[in-house]
Design a protein around this ligand. Sequence first.
Ligand code: BEZ
Length: 238
Amino acid sequence: MSAPATAPPPDPNRPPLRLGSTVPDFEAETTLGHIKFHEFLGNSWGILFSHPGDFTPVCTTELGEVARRAKAGDWEKRNVKVIGISANSLDDHYKWVKDINEYGTKSVSETDVQYPIIADGDRRISYLFDMLDYQDATNIDPKSGLPFTIRTVYIIDPAKKVRLKLDYPAVAGRNFDEIIRVLDAIQLGDKHRIATPVNWKPGEDVIVHASVQGEEAKRLFPEHVVHYPYLRTTPLKV
Ligand code: BEZ
């Protein structure tokens, strides 16, 4: 890994990114060229995900998985653009992508990373999105003493609002089944005034949203069952 440039100090006046915040716009160099983030997202959903560093084992498996999901059409059918980020140079990214493709292809199935990876050597964007590790003392770049990025996932909607933020420590690889499951739940909730119960999977019964009451509940969800006034479940035909 190449040594990162000096990190800019985090701006103490910047409000934290919360669910519903508009994601910051930024320009960056990526493995697919220069981007303006909002322009890159366009009218799509977005998944921005960081990882601790290039040439690290867990990350190698994660980025391969995101590429295989792309090949399977999992992002396109949900109108999602995915983009990775880590505090490494573009040169490192290009070299590492070869390893990701080679390892993924031999250990799982054909792997070909086609989505962009941001080169955030100075951590400018990682700071903006609160993707740095202040807790795990082992997750520090030995050359600079700066914290590496952690495994953060943002799901961003077409209005550029944060809809989900997950932070994982460096030692635990993410579960992209879960990330897609929650994306499905969010997209379904946007369309149908429902919520999804614990461990929900597509096709299973959902929960009628509290804002839907009386005659409207009967009309929208004729098969719904009232377990308690506050807990009503229904099958959903999509
Ligand atoms: C990994 O991706 O394997 C990793 C990266 C940083 C710290 C620990 C593990």
